[in-house]
Every structure is written in structure tokens, then in C-alpha cells.
Write a protein that binds this ligand. Structure first.
Ligand SMILES: C[S@@+](CC[C@H](N)C(=O)[O-])C[C@H]1O[C@@H](n2cnc3c(N)ncnc32)[C@H](O)[C@@H]1O
Length: 271
């Protein structure tokens, strides 16, 4: 069975692999979408994996050799693990709070997988993703959503003012981020506010899809994810009704001439 084959509805337990865990259901989605993006282009493509962590997505996708992966992350230990995947053409230690250090129109795709929630400057960064993308470039933002973003953000702020874990970065205090080892969630979105945030950065929204109903903090729920029927029912429900989802993928495209469209003389339109 190929890596990205759809999961069939069955009642047996499934293997604990990235391929079948609901937690990673967006990985095959990304792999397929990036393959399609590659097929739209005549000369390879460059992908920026923002907050790449240990490089799980790049390691999972099996894209042709003319696809170049670039990753950035806040911490060196994450970049060391990403380098071990041997798929990145370049890895950079960058604090996204200071913005992106790349020239305009450098990438064909930008992935921002479970990163936006850690950033106080999310709106500004989405604008920078737009700038570093080439015309027709595509942005994938995967992020948790909630029905009560403002309430949760307020509660989190209050909690942090009472107690701040020493190992975790907090942007509203003077923290030495190099000595911290994890980021702290500060930005909360609803389905609508996340889509609107991406749209306000001048992206045309081309897809919004959900993957999970629960972000499994509860052990019993994590166990349930081991069952194919649960995977299949959840995935089909939330892909149709993303408002039920606990996390969504928003896909936006930067406007530009469509390279697949032929002009009146039969040639490809210039990008
Ligand atoms: C939940 S992990 C996701 C990792 C990866 N995208 C994946 O899907 O496996 C969040 C990542 O964002 C990175 N991150 C958080 N705040 C950051 C910042 N200010 N600048 C750069 N990276 C940051 C963390 O180091 C971590 O690797």
C-alpha cells in the first residue's frame, strides 16, 4: 500500500504509525497537496517549513529530488534532529518573533504546522509568508481552533501572570528564549478568525479542512485513535464540517498568473 493511500473503514486496531494516527492525519494531506503543487510547476519547487521542529513532515513526504526543503526553528536541538532526516537543503535558527530573514518571492510553498499559536506577531508573519512566496505560491497553516478563543487567551494570560514554567518561553515577559526549551501557546483562533487572518494577509483561501474533533489530552481518547473506524468516521465528519474540528488546515494561495493556463497562442502564461 502506498504511503498516502486512504485509510479504509475497518474495525481492527491500526498500527501506531504516522501514517494512520489521527493526530497525523494532516501529514498525508500535506504530502498529496505538495505533490500536486509540484505537478503544477515545470521546474522543481522550494518549500519553507516554518517552525520545522524535528522535521517530521519533511521526513514523511516523499517528494521528487527537485523539491528543495528549507526549515527554520527557534532551537538548535530541534534543528539537529531535523538535519538527521537528511531532506533539508538548508536549516536556519530563527526566532519568528523577529520576522523572516528571506528575500521576497523565494519559495513555492510555506508550511506553518502547529506554530502560529506560539507567536504574538502571527498576523504580521502571515504577511511575511505572502512576501516570501512566489506568485501562485501556496501557504498551509495547520493550527488548533476553539469556539472560545478570547476567553481561553484571557485565561491563559491570567494563569501565566500567576505561574510561568521556567522551561517555557513567554513573549509577554523578558525571557531568555535560548535557555527555554519549549514555547507556550498564546494565540487562540476560532475557525472564522483563523481563516480571516490568512485572508487578511492577501491570500486567496483555496481549502479549509479539519482532521480531529478532540486534541487528545485524555488518555482514553488517544486509545480510541488506534481504531480505524474512529479514524475514518472522525476524518469524514470534520473534513465536511470543519467547525467541529479541534484543529484545521487553512490553505491559501498568493495571487498570480496560473502556470497551468495556456494563453491564446498556446504557450504557458509567464509567472
Ligand atoms: C508543535 S511544534 C511543531 C513542529 C513541526 N512544525 C511539526 O509539525 O512537527 C512547534 C515548533 O515551533 C517552534 N517555535 C515556536 N516558537 C517559535 C519561534 N518564536 N521561532 C521559531 N520557531 C518557533 C518550536 O521550536 C517547535 O519546533
Amino acid at each position: 500500500m502506498s504511503k498516502n493511500a486512504p485509510t479504509r473503514l475497518a474495525f481492527g486496531k491500526i498500527k501506531d504509525t504516522v501514517r494512520y494516527r489521527l493526530k497525523f492525519a494532516h501529514f498525508p494531506y500535506l504530502a498529496r497537496s505538495l505533490e500536486n503543487e509540484r505537478a503544477r510547476r515545470s521546474e522543481g519547487m522550494a518549500i519553507l517549513d516554518v517552525g520545522c521542529g524535528p522535521g517530521n513532515i519533511a521526513g514523511f513526504c516523499d517528494l521528487p529530488g527537485d523539491v528543495k526543503w528549507f526549515g527554520l526553528d527557534l532551537w538548535e536541538y530541534q534543528l539537529v534532529q531535523a538535519a538527521e532526516k537528511r531532506v533539508y537543503a538548508g536549516l536556519f535558527q530563527v526566532n519568528l518573533v523577529d520576522g523572516l530573514p528571506f528575500k521576497d518571492s523565494s519559495f513555492d510553498a510555506v508550511l506553518c504546522n502547529e506554530v502560529l499559536m506560539y507567536l504574538p506577531n502571527a498576523a504580521e508573519l502571515l504577511g511575511q509568508f505572502h512576501q516570501v512566496l512566489k506568485a501562485n505560491g501556496v501557504l498551509f497553516v495547520y493550527n488548533p481552533i476553539t469556539w472560545l478563543p478570547k476567553v481561553l487567551a484571557g485565561a491563559r494570560r491570567r494563569l501565566r501572570s500567576l505561574h510561568q514554567e521556567r522551561r517555557s518561553v513567554s513573549w509577554d515577559r523578558q525571557t531568555d528564549w535560548k535557555n527555554a526549551t519549549r514555547a507556550c501557546r498564546i494565540t487562540y483562533y476560532s475557525l472564522r478568525s483563523l481563516v480571516e487572518e490568512v485572508r487578511s494577509a492577501r491570500f486567496e483561501i483555496i481549502d479549509v479542512t479539519g482532521f480531529r474533533i478532540f486534541r487528545n489530552r485524555i488518555r482514553a481518547m488517544t486509545r480510541l485513535e488506534d481504531y480505524r473506524w474512529y479514524y475514518a468516521i472522525t476524518k469524514s465528519l470534520v473534513s465536511r464540517f470543519p467547525q467541529l474540528a479541534a484543529d484545521i488546515m487553512v490553505v491559501g494561495r498568493k495571487a498570480g498568473p496560473d502556470p497551468t493556463k495556456r494563453d491564446v497562442l498556446g504557450g504557458r502564461s509567464a509567472v
